[in-house]
Design a protein around this ligand. Structure first.
Ligand code: SF4
Length: 298
C-alpha cells in the first residue's frame, strides 16, 4: 500500500501548508532543530579535538596576575597583540602594571604609556573607569569581583563603559576562570566558512553554541593514528604548523575547572587558526588542520 508522504511547509509569509496535524508539524520542526544542534555540537567538538591533538596547549593568556589580564583585555580592543605587549611593557617598566598603579597614575601619563596600543585616550579612560567601578562596588578586590555568580558579574561588566561581550568574556574566562566562551572574529569566520553558522549570527548565539558543544569535549577524545603520532613526537612536529607563541605563564597555568580549561584552550586554538590559516581576505586551507571539516562545496 502506498502511504502519502506527510509534509509541513511554511511560506515566506509564515503561512503553513500541511497535510500533517499542526502538532506534528511543530514537533517535526523541533526534531529537525535538535538534530541540527546535535550535528553542530559534534562538529565543534571534533574541531577542538583535532586542533588540540595537532598543536597542544596554547598557554593563553600570557600574564602574571588577573589584573594584568584585565588590562590586556582592554588594550587588545581593535589592535594586534604585539602592540598590546609594547604598552604592557611600558606599564611594567614604570612599575604601574597593578591595580594600585592604574589607580594612582594621572590620566595623561597613562595615555602616554599605553599609546602603542592605539585608541590610547579612550582606553585610558576605560581602565580608570574599571578601577573606579572595582573600588566602588567591590572595595577594590578582584577576589570579591570574581566571587560573584558568572551571569551577575557578566551583566555588571557589560554595563561598564567600553566593555562589550568579547572583553567581558575575556575578563571572566582568562582573569576569573569563569566557564564562559570568548567569541572573536576568528571564531565567527571559521564557523561561517564551515557552514556551521549563517552569516550575521548573533554573538550570544555563537557563545551558546560553543559552550553547549564543548561541555562534553573533554570526555571522549577521538584521536586518530596521525594525531597520536603528532602527540608522541611533540606538538608542532610538522613545520607547517605554527609554534606556540607564548610560554606557560602564572595565569595560563592557574587552577581552573575542566570546562573553563576547555574554553580557554579552544579560544587559543581558534586564534592560531585565524592568524595562520583562516585569513580574512583569503583562507589558506592547504595545511590547515581543519581542512577535513571544510564543506564539500568549498
Ligand atoms: S583556512 Fe580553510 S580549512 Fe582552515 S579554518 Fe579556514 S576555511 Fe577552514
Amino acid at each position: 500500500m502506498k502511504v502519502a508522504k506527510l509534509r509541513c511547509t511554511v511560506d515566506r509569509g509564515g503561512n503553513r501548508s500541511s497535510n500533517r496535524p499542526t502538532n506534528d508539524c511543530e514537533n517535526g520542526r523541533e526534531d529537525d532543530r535538535k538534530e541540527d544542534n546535535r550535528k553542530n555540537d559534534a562538529q565543534i567538538r571534533d574541531h577542538y579535538r583535532t586542533l588540540l591533538a595537532a598543536w597542544g596547549p596554547q598557554h593563553w593568556w600570557p600574564a602574571h596576575t588577573p589584573f594584568e589580564v584585565i588590562v590586556g583585555a582592554f588594550l587588545t580592543q581593535n589592535t594586534a597583540w604585539t602592540n598590546v605587549e609594547r604598552a604592557l611593557s611600558n606599564l611594567r617598566a614604570a612599575d604601574l602594571l597593578s591595580l594600585e598603579g592604574i589607580r594612582r597614575i594621572p590620566l595623561p601619563d597613562l595615555e602616554r604609556l599605553i599609546r602603542p596600543s592605539g585608541y590610547f585616550r579612550q582606553k585610558s579612560q576605560r581602565l580608570k573607569a574599571f578601577v573606579a567601578y572595582l573600588d566602588r562596588q567591590h572595595a577594590g578586590s578582584l577576589v570579591g569581583l570574581f566571587a560573584q555568580p558568572t551571569n551577575e558579574l557578566r551583566e555588571q561588566l557589560l554595563a561598564l563603559n567600553g566593555i562589550g561581550p568579547e572583553t567581558a568574556d575575556s575578563i571572566l574566562l582568562y582573569a576569573g576562570n569563569h566557564p564562559v566562551f570568548v567569541v572573536d572574529a576568528y571564531t565567527r569566520r571559521i564557523l561561517e566558512r564551515h557552514e556551521i553558522i549563517p552569516q550575521k549570527t548573533d554573538y550570544e548565539e555563537i557563545r551558546d553554541l560553543l559552550e553547549r558543544a564543548l561541555v562534553r569535549a573533554d570526555r571522549k577524545p577521538k584521536v586518530g593514528a596521525k594525531e597520536r603520532k603528532s602527540n608522541r613526537d611533540g606538538h608542532n612536529s610538522n613545520a607547517s604548523l605554527p609554534r606556540t607563541v607564548h610560554p606557560p605563564s602564572p595565569m595560563s597555568t592557574a587552577p581552573r575547572t575542566a570546562l573553563a580549561q576547555v574554553y580557554n584552550e579552544m579560544h587559543g586554538l581558534i586564534v592560531g587558526v585565524g592568524k595562520h590559516y583562516c585569513k580574512k581576505s583569503q583562507p589558506h586551507c592547504d595545511g590547515c588542520p581543519l581542512q577535513q571539516f571544510l564543506p564539500r562545496s568549498k
